[in-house]
Design a protein around this ligand. Structure first.
Ligand code: HEM
Length: 130
């Protein structure tokens, strides 16, 4: 199985439990006070739902799907909109890896490397639109 298939299946196991998205935002928001402040006025239930789809878009991008949705995320996150600093994406990714580690019963170090490899191009696209 290739890395995108491994990650696709791992994400399927993670998504079985809604706590995955609760834990992700707990980890992400506790990684920095500035991150936490960005979500002060956010409806977190809606946000968790949107992220579910956002992660899927990153995986689909690695599988060769169109860039259109990631470009829209690049636009909403850039300096003229949410103003999400490029360096914050490392915190985002490490929070996600920590959440996968907790929720995927089949987690291994190899799988974690696959997650990094698969998500990095899509994250670069969003970050690169800053
Ligand atoms: C909104 C995904 C990284 C902060 C959103 C939305 C999605 C999303 C799908 C909702 C759609 C939209 O408003 O455009 C992602 C993905 C990321 C990422 C896939 C990583 C590649 C980050 C980072 C931050 C952040 C690093 C830093 C704090 C926000 C904020 C909103 C948002 C503040 C708006 C919340 C609101 O509506 O109140 N993100 N995001 N995102 N994201 Fe991200």
């Amino acid at each position: 199985m290739n890395n995108t298939d491994l990650v696709f299946q791992s994400y399927g196991r993670c998504c079985r439990n809604d706590a995955f998205f609760i834990d992700f935002y707990d980890y992400f928001m506790s990684s920095s006070e500035v991150i936490k402040n960005r979500f002060i006025n956010t409806d977190m239930a809606a946000q968790r739902h949107l992220l579910r789809n956002g992660i899927m878009q990153l995986i689909l991008h690695a599988r060769g799907m169109s860039d259109r949705k990631l470009r829209a995320l690049g636009e909403s996150h850039n300096r003229n909109h949410y103003d999400i600093k490029p360096e914050w994406y490392d915190l985002w990714l490490s929070s996600l890896l920590k959440t996968v580690r907790k929720h995927d019963p089949e987690h291994t170090q190899t799988l974690e490397s696959a997650w990094v490899e698969v998500l990095t191009p899509g994250i670069q696209l969003i970050k690169g639109a800053y």
